[in-house]
Ligand binder design. Sequence first.
Ligand code: MG
Length: 341
Amino acid sequence: MSFRFDYRRYRLPFRTPMRAANRNWLEREGWIVRLEAEGAGIGWGEVAPIPEFGTEELEEDAEAVRVFGKSVTQAEIASIPGKLTCLRAGLQAAVSDASAGQTGDDARRVPEFLPVAALLPSGRRVLAAAAPLVESGFRVFKWKVGVADLGDELGLLDDLLAAMPAGSKLRLDANGAWDRRQAERWLERCADRPIEFVEQPVAAGAPGSEDLLLGLAGDYPTPLALDESLVRAGDVDRWLGAGWPGIFVVKPSLFGGADGALGQLAAVKARVVFSSALETAVGARSALRTAFAWPGPQLALGFGVWPLFADPRFDGPAAAPFVRRTDVEQIDPEVVWNALG
Ligand code: MG
């Protein structure tokens, strides 16, 4: 099948800077992709690499699509090199969007809604931020740690847990900021506390980091989750092969195009968290559709990010304790496209 291919580039300031382990992130860059096929619908996708995360650069994607010109075939999309992980994910999402409703997929039983984790700010601000989120009904929370002084953060942990209603779940995300000793201190502290999981305690990619993650996962009772460790085609395969006992954070906008990765996770009934890559409503629509189509149980979505952009036309559905499938289907990619016209 051949598609008319078009894309628009965006550079969007965040409403408030996103602070994580070792960066202060001010804006998001990417493309909105539009595919149109004769006899099929229009398909929308988003290409939103995060090079600091280990993805390709947007310039590499621009180089790769130059050969497409005004049209692209499904075979050309399938032959995009695996290292252009976000380009593959965005274009494949657009292809399946273009054929949505024609494959009979919609008849499958999918949930009407999925729970969402609220995103808490790093550092001391966490306490003031938690109260209104508790009030609005959230019961799963994610706190970015590894940003402030370790002792201060450990002290805040108990204050934060005390502020959460009984039965709440708290997940921590270190974004790879800790070394072994720091990770051990945290995991000792978490051991007898209701921590749902600790995400990426140590950095991905450093020599020995895979053994360190596997060792920590075996030594402490709190489950660990891989996030930055899962970027490229082959990462899921490798971690499954290594017997990773913890959770897999799936960012469909990053490795959703990796052949078979989601199928592999589903086949072994892996514990997964579908998560935002801080994309616009267009990428979020594809990513959330992927989450709704997941065949088994899943942990609360990591999509409590909106409002995210200074210009609200680019936002997905406002963060709430649950996202409904109808909220996702009501996202209109054309609004985002036109806003970039
Ligand atoms: Mg993370």
